[in-house]
Design a protein around this ligand. Structure first.
Ligand code: SF4
Length: 285
């Protein structure tokens, strides 16, 4: 297994190639949310996910040769990139984070505890500064796994962050937006059990879909849910509110206009006293 050559790698806010077509598990990406270079780890090269979000931007028709991630391969690819970045920037970008994201739900991968241990080890060994975060993207479905509980305190000590998906506010919106068999009550309970103990960054995607069904004026129930979660002890570091910036799974889903993003953010700030980061269709706030 070799890391793909530079000529193959496209870097840019509109390009999030996972490199899984080249059987690579680690991919450099310039991310709006990271505000710089992120080393992404794709723990789901088989592109399976227990959600099927309307707005998902994973290109699933492309097959990957790797079905399961291999820890040795992952370590060797991470060492390659961290070795290069020891010298400084990569194409003008400084490393901002190492992110477990990829083409599916990281917490559905059995080897996640070993992967997190590897990240903690490498962060120390390569003396990555505090400012380089470790980020676990999740839809929350596996955050309650028993084999992860002992790692979380060390993960947060090493500038770890958990970016938790919350696009829905009830069972119906969960089914419509995220199209999963998992239950609203179960997912919210997992979010609360985790987020009442550790800080979470909520990630919420807003978009037009089914005419006016998901218009900004209908989002008060989402705001009410966030208020309730806060009142019951959820530690929300901030909300990252974003809209579509790349091709979504459903072609008739469209980005919210900037004005709608601004309006929702204002309501969240006023009603929930939260920090809200906005990611418009083109560029970040
Ligand atoms: S949880 Fe993520 S990977 Fe899974 S369908 Fe939704 S956006 Fe795509």
């Amino acid at each position: 297994m070799s890391v793909v050559d530079d000529a193959t790698i496209k870097l840019g806010y509109d390009s999030h190639d996972r490199l899984s077509a080249y059987d690579n598990l680690v991919y450099p990406v310039v991310s709006r949310r990271s505000r710089g270079l992120s080393l992404g780890i794709n723990l789901n090269p088989d592109k399976r996910c227990n959600f099927d979000c309307v707005y998902c931007q994973v290109e699933r028709p492309q097959p990957s040769a790797i079905i399961r991630p291999d820890i040795d391969q992952l370590e060797s690819e991470l060492r390659h990139w961290l070795g290069r970045l020891r010298e400084g920037d990569y194409r003008g970008y400084l490393l901002k984070d190492i992110a477990l994201a990829g083409d599916g739900e990281p917490t559905s991968e059995k080897q996640l505890p070993q992967v997190l241990e590897l990240l903690l080890t490498l962060k120390e060994e390569y003396q990555l500064p505090e400012s380089v975060k470790l980020i676990l993207f999740t839809n929350g479905s596996g955050m309650d796994r028993k084999d992860l509980q002992a790692i979380y305190p060390r993960f947060f000590e090493a500038a770890g962050e958990v970016w938790f998906k919350l696009d829905y506010w009830d069972q119906q919106s969960l089914v419509e937006i995220n199209r999963t068999n998992l239950k609203f009550d179960s997912l919210i309970s997992k979010l609360q059990r985790f987020g009442n103990k550790y800080p979470v960054v909520l990630q919420s995607c807003f978009f037009q879909w089914k005419g006016q069904r998901f218009a900004v004026e209908l989002y008060q129930p989402y705001i009410e849910l966030v208020k309730t979660l806060i009142s019951e002890g959820l530690q929300i570091q901030k909300i990252q509110a974003y809209t579509l910036a790349r091709k979504p799974a459903e072609m008739d889903a469209h980005p919210w206009p900037d004005a709608d993003m601004d309006e929702l953010a204002e309501q969240l700030r006023q009603q929930c006293a939260l920090s809200v980061e906005l990611f418009y269709e083109k560029g970040a706030e």
